[in-house]
Design a protein around this ligand. Structure first.
Ligand code: GH3
Ligand code: MG
Ligand code: MG
Length: 344
């Protein structure tokens, strides 16, 4: 163990130092409390053996300092007191000391205390390691809970959480977001022709392509079975639509064979809508609008991107546009279940 010994009495220092080195410990000695505090911060020892009465800082002050100083690892503190000063020992233990030794020091006694110190510090190290592992595991679990297993994109849960944040950012800070619903064309017939497993591969490829075409600040989610949602922060409808166009052509250029699609390859259609401070409303209202634009893209022949033109929105809609909290996405799904079916 790495042990710091603080004692202004040269005889005591020598006894401890000789015993510790004999036991194979890495020992550093200092002659007063202030130097002990400096040495402690510089080297972070496993164990501190400190005299009670020293110039600079007393052993008690040193102990308190060490306990207040968060290092992330446990330091075992042994207080050394002159014989007959039991109150000192009690005060020292109350201040955070783990154990005590009484002068004149006895090397066997010291060895016995260090066995306990080694056990306690090892236990603390093990606990710290387990805590770190738990933290990493929690982090991983949180990530799994927010990601779709097939595509690795954000899942519905992540989307729901993020949309609530976006709504707040629009109303409080004036941020704007362009949102695009992207749906794979004729995907049912792709599954029918090539099998569900091939369908899964195709969905993965489409998701990877969308991701490749997205910029670092854009957020992508798997919205439903073969439907994706991309959020472009601080983009106008025009720029957002151009970005979705890049995604659409990117998917087409993948060249995933799809005989039942008139283009001969897998394609996507998309609908774009805006969430912005000039027209504060719920994200679900925006998604509904994007869904309407997507519906139009499908009707106009698929493999295209549509957006709701300014002023085209029904003013009577405003009453339904209020932020609605947790039901955001279900409302969006409810829009046209007959046209855009999502798997359960
Ligand atoms: P449209 O061009 O109008 O969007 O037609 P579509 O066939 O893509 O739309 P529809 O909603 O009729 O069918 C969607 C299909 O997507 C049906 C479903 O089996 C398939 N699908 C949804 N999720 C998955 C999935 O995780 N894996 C596979 N392989 N297929 C899926
Ligand atoms: Mg589809
Ligand atoms: Mg669909």
């Amino acid at each position: 163990m790495r042990i710091l010994v603080a004692d202004d009495d040269p005889t005591s220092r020598l006894i401890v130092q000789t015993a510790l080195r004999g036991l194979g410990h890495d020992c550093q000695t200092v002659t007063d409390g202030a130097k002990a505090w400096d040495a402690f911060q510089a080297r972070l020892p496993d164990v501190v053996i400190s005299d009670w009465m020293m110039p600079g800082l007393t052993g008690l002050e040193l102990c308190r300092n060490i306990r207040q100083h968060a290092t992330g690892r446990y330091v075992y503190f042994i207080m050394v007191s002159a014989q007959g000063f039991l109150e000192e020992i009690l005060e020292g233990m109350t201040a955070g000391a783990d154990d005590y030794l009484v002068k004149p020091l006895d090397p066997d006694d010291l060895q016995a205390r260090l066995i306990g110190a080694a056990r306690v510090t090892a236990l603390h190290r093990q606990l710290a390691q387990q805590r770190d592992e738990m933290k990493a595991l929690n982090h991983e679990l949180t990530s799994i809970a927010r990601h779709d297993a097939l595509t690795g994109l954000g899942n519905r849960r992540a989307l729901q959480e993020d949309l609530e944040l976006l709504e707040a950012r629009v109303t409080r800070y004036g941020h704007r977001y362009c949102m695009a619903l992207i749906d794979v064309d004729h995907f049912k017939s792709y599954n029918d022709a090539y099998g569900h497993q091939a369908g899964d591969h195709a969905l993965k490829a489409v998701a990877a392509q969308l991701k490749a075409k997205a910029r670092s600040g854009d957020a992508l989610y798997r919205y439903g079975g073969e439907e994706f949602l991309c959020i472009f922060p601080e983009q106008s409808t025009e720029r957002g639509t151009r970005a979705v166009e890049r995604m659409r052509t990117g998917v087409q250029r993948l060249g995933v064979l799809h005989a039942a699609n008139p283009r001969g390859v897998l394609t996507v259609s998309a609908g774009v809508a805006m969430l912005h401070p000039e027209r504060p409303r719920s994200a679900s209202a925006v998604l509904k609008e994007a869904d309407e634009a997507l519906y139009r893209a499908k009707q106009l022949g698929r493999n295209r991107v549509e957006h709701v033109e300014r002023g085209q929105v029904d003013p009577g809609q405003a009453a339904q546009d209020q932020p609605s909290g947790v039901q955001l996405i279900d409302q969006a799904e409810y829009v046209k279940p007959a046209v855009f079916r999502h798997p359960a």
